[in-house]
Design a protein around this ligand. Structure first.
Ligand SMILES: [Zn+2]
Ligand SMILES: [Zn+2]
Length: 324
């Protein structure tokens, strides 16, 4: 069958994309592991396996020590997932909340740092997938915080994942929904006391994926910090050939352009391996704040995201031309 004969070509190219995503996992997999790595085809066909495999390998649900990052920004996530607390004069902002069972771990980390969960006033996320909003409902309740979200992501979040264009039929991807209290739009400034965070609509991975830009001061110096999102192309997503949703290809293009235009001093992200949390934490003891300065690392990462996008498109074109 033409479709079948074209599949290996496409698969090889898609493999570049997916294996980039899972590269960190392969390097850190225990040598004694009995598990066989799932193939790219398996991951694309079986989203539940993809979620389980990525979560386990990247340690999404393993507790991690909280840490000061820079100025008022603290890490309160798990070994694999970035969750950040930005402290301020009139309460704190939490960005991302990890998996559903991350909620209590985040609360504990906030306390361990000497802050009160009850002082968290706003909860943000990069996009409404279970690994970044899993703890939203729990933390909204225990902190008494308001959930703020990009307009284009509100419906997906409030559906608990049931409106996801790719994962809606997989119960493993559903999360506890909650009401969005504050809706913002592209380029809005989210303000709380002395905290000001600019929200940028960076769609693609979901329709309302959001990146954030903020300025912080550490030892009298000012730094621009970016939390990028929206570039991930998951196994099974289609961009040009039977697109996963209308406009997905244009969305990724727009997002890559937006992220390429940013010049952060420091970047943090919802997946720790992306921005190299562990390596930077190790350097902090010797180098202090300097360890977080990583414009080159950010630009390199954005370049890999563009390469992954182009590789996916090329794979789709190769697959399509063989089936014409
Ligand atoms: Zn996602
Ligand atoms: Zn994710």
């Amino acid at each position: 069958m033409p479709t079948r004969s074209a599949f290996p070509v496409a698969t090889r190219l898609i493999a570049i994309v997916v294996m980039g995503w899972l590269a960190f996992a392969s390097r850190t997999a225990p040598a004694c592991s009995q598990d066989k790595d799932p193939t790219v085809e398996q991951l694309a066909k079986d989203p539940a396996l993809f979620l389980q495999s990525a979560g386990k390998r990247l340690k999404w649900e393993e507790p991690a020590d909280p840490a000061r990052i820079l100025g008022p920004i603290y890490f309160v996530g798990t070994k694999g997932l970035g969750v950040f607390l930005i402290t301020g004069t009139e309460g704190h902002v939490l960005i991302y909340t990890g998996m559903p069972n991350s909620g209590p771990l985040i609360e504990k980390s906030i306390r361990q740092l000497g802050f009160k969960p009850g002082d968290v006033k706003l909860i943000l996320t990069g996009h409404a997938h279970i690994d970044h909003v899993g703890g939203h409902a729990h933390l909204k309740q225990v902190c008494g915080a308001r959930i703020a979200m990009m307009r284009e992501e509100q419906e997906l979040f409030e559906s608990g994942g049931k409106l996801d264009f790719h994962y809606s039929s997989y119960k493993e991807f559903l999360f506890e929904p909650a009401e969005v209290d504050v809706v913002f739009n592209d380029e809005d400034e989210i303000k709380l006391g002395d905290i000001s965070i600019k929200a940028l609509l960076t769609p693609g991975h979901t329709r309302g994926s959001t990146s954030y830009v903020t300025k912080v001061t550490d030892s009298g110096k000012s730094y621009t910090v970016v939390f990028p999102d929206g570039t991930g192309i998951n196994p099974g997503y289609h961009l040009s050939d039977k697109p996963s949703y209308p406009g997905i290809e244009a969305n990724y293009r727009r997002t890559l352009k937006t992220l390429e235009s940013l010049q952060p001093d420091v970047w943090l992200a919802p997946h720790n391996e992306a921005y190299g949390l562990n390596a930077k934490l190790e350097r902090v003891a010797k180098e202090g704040a300097k360890a977080w300065l990583d414009l080159a690392g950010y630009q390199k990462w954005v370049a890999t995201r563009r390469a992954a996008f182009e590789a996916t498109l090329a794979a789709e074109r190769a697959s399509h031309s063989k089936t014409d």
